[in-house]
Design a protein around this ligand. Structure first.
Ligand code: AP5
Length: 226
């Protein structure tokens, strides 16, 4: 019997995970689960999780695994979780990846489809310095490559565009270090499972999304539906 899958987008800060996750989740009609968005929402609402995560995110470090896993498990317990998922920014450490394997197994999902979006560090720093995000719907823009039609205003819903607090240069450096130390090893982890695909994230958005869609379509044809 065909089983559902999780699509995991790996890649450093600024690689385009959020940009691609929104597009592919919409195309597949499955939920987009961004742990970064979930933490930013918790910070905005000043929930206990948000209060704990705020200073950690401001330093560009990773939130402890136990907090991340609790939040993800709560999200996956919702009724729409049977259809499949696009994970963006999760998992980010080996313990998170190992625990996710167990959860997916329990939910009866097939092996994940993992796409590693690769971009050089110089380009990442430039992209993050030019990123603006809609404060209403989360649409992502870039003043260099993907500017909004009207400066500071979201094309889609007219929301005010804001810059993320963790896109300040000194925090970006810390985030890149955290990625190298804690998240990059996940590529080997998934390579060993035989599920890792890579894409060149320096290509234009449309080209990256065509490549991601092709990887997903091939995996779905081979293993079942997402
Ligand atoms: P999170 O929100 O996940 O941030 P991140 O991984 O650092 O990734 P970004 O959102 O910065 O980049 P992205 O790859 O999504 O790129 P985007 O599409 O926006 O995490 C934030 C923090 O939360 C962490 O530091 C940590 O503290 C905490 N956290 C979250 N998850 C956690 C976890 N699992 N465990 C522990 N802690 C966790 O694109 C970037 C820019 O480039 C945009 O301006 C975009 O328009 C532009 N762009 C995108 N693609 C292209 C392209 N192909 N060509 C040109 N420009 C492009």
């Amino acid at each position: 019997m065909a089983s559902n899958h999780a699509l995991i987008l790996l890649g450093p800060p600024g690689a385009g995970k959020g940009t691609q996750a929104k597009l592919i989740a919409q195309r597949l009609g499955v939920p987009h689960l961004s742990t970064g968005d979930m933490f930013r929402d918790a910070v905005k609402r000043a929930t206990p999780t948000g209060l704990l995560a705020k200073p950690i995110m401001e330093r560009g470090e990773l939130v402890p695994d136990s907090i991340v896993m609790k939040m993800v498990e709560e999200r996956l317990a919702r009724p729409d979780s049977g259809k499949g998922f696009v994970f963006d920014g999760f998992p980010r450490t080996l313990p998170q990846a190992e625990q996710l394997d167990g959860i997916l197994n329990r939910l009866g999902f097939g092996r994940p489809i993992v796409v590693d979006i690769r971009v050089d560090a110089d380009k990442l720093i430039q992209r993050l310095s030019g990123r603006w995000t809609c404060s209403v719907g989360g649409e992502i823009y870039n003043v260099f490559d993907m500017p909004p039609k009207v400066q500071g205003i979201c094309d889609r819903d007219g929301g005010k565009l804001v810059q993320r607090a963790d896109d300040r240069p000194e925090v970006v450096t810390a985030r890149l270090v955290a990625y190298e130390r804690q998240t990059k090893p996940l590529s080997d982890y998934y390579q060993r499972q035989g599920v890792l695909e890579t894409v060149n994230g320096a290509a234009p958005v449309e080209e990256v999304s065509r490549r991601v869609a092709r990887i997903v379509d091939d995996a779905v044809r081979r293993d079942g539906h997402l």
